[in-house]
Every structure is written in C-alpha cells, then in structure tokens.
Design a protein. Structure first.
Length: 184
C-alpha cells in the first residue's frame, strides 16, 4: 500500500507495524484485549527493583514522570546538556554554584536537599543520613515495599521531594533567564 505523502506520523507508524500486528488478530478475535496485545508486542524483561517507587497506586503522574526520568538519568541537568553539545556557560549547579549539576548532586548530595530529605524522613521517625542518589534509591527500593498506608505516604514523599527539587531548579533557571532579558 502506498503511503500518502501528507499522512501523519502516527498513521505512517500504524502502516509500518501492520505486518507485525496483523497475526495477533487472526483467528483469535474473542481473546484480544489490551493486555494480550501489549504482551504480544513487547519484549519481556524482568521488573526493575525500583518500579514500585515510580508506578504505585495513588501516585501523582507529574511527580512519577520526573522520578522515572531521574532514575533513568534523562533529566536535562547542566552536565547532560553540555554532553549533548548545548552551548551553556558552565556545568556548575544552578542552586549552589559549587558542584557539577548532576542528578546525584541536586537530589541528595547538595546540602539543602540532603537536609530536606533527612527532615522528611524524620517526620516518619526514620533517622537516616542521606548519602547518594544510588544509595537512597537502593534503600527506598528495599524499604518502601508493600501496600500499607505508611508505605504509600513514604512513596508520595519520595516522589514529591524529587519533583520539588527539580521544580525549584527550573523556577530559578526561569528567573535567571527573565532577569537577563530585562537587562538586555
Ligand atoms: Zn548544587
């Protein structure tokens, strides 16, 4: 079938995967469900140990997305932006101007973030000195398990902490940019 030149990317994609998808429906129409199609299309892989910290019942989607991006190291920190070739002045953290702006630094190594996370945990009577991104992720993955109310609140607090720091960084970034525009 010839693809119309002005077809949308989604329509072109549907045509592209048609040979792959068509056999799923042949002769088994009564069994087809969203789960069935998903299982047929995806490559099965074991669950990552942190999945319940991102995708949990009662999550706030915008928080979960930021947590997910942070875990996959996909947030556009200055270090990552420089690596992609973007012309920015420095890789120094926008919030403290001392260390390189990595996800490790901004969420748990920067003193303010470290103390903030420590204070949040104290509200749950957890005394803990946050150490590093990997350390906190491994610790939270192990501890924040189950469906109890307190675990649900801890997961909300964890994702809110990460989202809040990231939002603050972006607010500062926006403020600096607006300041520059006013001067120029
Ligand atoms: Zn910093």
């Amino acid at each position: 079938m010839e693809v119309p030149k002005n077809a949308s990317w989604s329509f072109k994609y549907l045509l592209k995967i048609r040979p792959e998808v068509a056999p799923i429906f042949v002769g088994q129409v009564q069994e087809v469900s969203t789960r069935y199609i998903w299982d047929k299309l995806r490559s099965p892989a074991p669950k990552v140990p942190w999945h319940h910290l991102v995708w949990f019942s009662g999550r706030i989607p915008k928080h979960s997305i930021i947590v997910w991006m942070a875990i996959l190291n996909r947030l556009p920190t200055r270090v990552r932006l420089l690596r992609t070739g973007l012309a920015i002045e420095t890789d120094k953290c926008l919030l403290c101007c001392e260390e390189a702006e990595t996800k490790d630094h901004i969420f748990f190594e920067w003193q303010f973030a470290k103390e903030l996370w420590g204070s949040i945990l104290e509200l749950f009577c957890i005394s803990r000195e946050p150490c590093s991104w990997e350390g906190e992720l491994a610790w939270a993955s192990l501890l924040f398990k189950g469906k109890s109310f307190i675990v649900g609140i801890l997961k909300l607090a964890w994702s809110r902490h990460i989202y809040g720091i990231w939002k603050e960084m972006n607010a500062d970034c926006l403020g600096i940019e607006q300041g520059r525009r006013k001067k120029s």
